[in-house]
Ligand binder design. Structure first.
Ligand SMILES: Cc1cc2nc3c(=O)[nH]c(=O)nc-3n(C[C@H](O)[C@H](O)[C@H](O)COP(=O)(O)O)c2cc1C
Length: 332
């Protein structure tokens, strides 16, 4: 029975954070993630800009990181272009973003803005499936304006050999507000012929256990903000003791590697501070004193001041929580 299959965890793409630097550093320091889905790339024809290509290229030594790039597109030609570039870089799979709720994206019928247009989705799949070198998976929401849109889409997806169907059970208009719609998700699960990956609001082991009980047939889970808030969560979910030792030390080491990589890439100390603040906007949740520290940190303008504050915080031996108790809007 499906329910005895090994639990697989995907890191969700979070634009601005879970890029190459984060994935490299996370993979080295923490355990439990099986696949990393990279934030979306918008393909510009006829060739991916050099900057975007660089985003995708993994250093030689890190080729073993299971990274899945993602396309944000409503144009078959862009799929071919992306596929070709990825093939040259050694990838075997990419993901189609049908979930992005950002208004500027959705208004152009991309991401979740494409979900009300089932015909267009079908045309793209007709054109590209069978013509790609890479395998394709899909990451979707339930719809853009209403959650029934997905019910028209799943029978279409079922006609193609899609690698996996990742579902975040909210609609685009919701952004990250309100509850995930588990009733509609259950309908999707019943309708789909593909391996379904659940994604949304798993911020601690208790939330995972509740969902696992409700959907015992699912063994693939995608977690985004929950991992950024508590990098030990995948190991906790899998019940791996080794993944949970020396917590503070491992976070300190992670932060050191992460910031030193950005020191090399970003020019100007304020850029680095802004980038690292983004990381702390999620990362503070795992510390009992995290919120007051983060409020202070937000005021830091210079990298030297930032480093002093972080060093002091770590030196006071902050308590690393096992259980992060937050809801979706706490991240906004
Ligand atoms: C700041 C931010 C950026 C995101 N960027 C992407 C993206 O590039 N591609 C994508 O498919 N989803 C993106 N997402 C959605 C997440 O991958 C995920 O579906 C969502 O956060 C729900 O999962 P979670 O509750 O485990 O975080 C983003 C979410 C946030 C909050």
């Amino acid at each position: 029975m499906e329910k005895h299959k090994k639990t697989e965890i995907y890191l969700a793409p979070i634009q601005g954070i879970t890029n190459k630097v984060y994935v490299d550093t996370y993979h080295e320091r923490f355990e439990g993630v099986d696949y990393y889905c990279a934030p979306f790339i918008k393909v510009q024809l006829p060739k991916l800009a050099k900057r975007k290509r660089k985003k995708l290229a993994l250093p030689e030594a890190k080729q073993n990181i299971p990274l899945i790039p993602q396309i944000l597109s409503n144009d078959s030609r862009e799929f071919y272009q992306f596929d070709q570039e990825l093939q040259e870089l050694g990838y075997q799979e990419f993901n189609w973003n049908l979930g992005c709720p950002v208004r500027m994206v959705a208004n152009k019928k991309r991401g979740s803005g494409l979900l009300p247009h089932a015909d267009r989705i079908k045309t793209i799949l007709d054109e590209v499936m069978g013509n790609l070198h890479c395998r394709l998976s899909i990451k979707t929401r339930l719809g853009f304006t209403n959650s029934e849109e997905v019910l028209a889409l799943i029978p279409i997806f079922n006609q193609y050999p899609i690698q996996a169907l990742i579902i975040h059970p909210r609609i685009g208009k919701q952004m990250y507000a309100g509850q995930v719609d588990l009733k509609r998700f259950a309908e999707c699960l019943a309708l789909s012929n593909h391996p379904v990956v659940y994604n949304g609001d798993i911020f601690n082991v208790a939330a995972y256990n509740t969902l696992q009980k409700q959907f015992p047939q699912i063994n693939k889970w995608m977690l985004g903000r929950g991992i950024l808030a508590n990098p030990f969560l995948p190991a906790q979910i899998k019940g791996w003791e080794s993944g949970q030792t020396n917590k503070l030390e491992r976070i300190i080491q992670f932060h050191e590697n992460y910031s030193s990589q950005y020191e090399k890439i970003l020019s100007g100390p304020t850029h680095i501070v802004d980038k690292l603040k983004e990381f702390w906007s999620f990362g503070h949740h795992v510390f009992e004193e995290g919120n007051s520290f983060y409020q202070q940190l937000k005021k830091a303008r210079h990298y030297d001041a930032y480093k002093i504050m972080v060093r002091k915080f770590f030196a006071t031996q902050p308590v690393v929580r096992d259980h992060v108790s937050v809801n979706s809007m706490d991240f906004m």
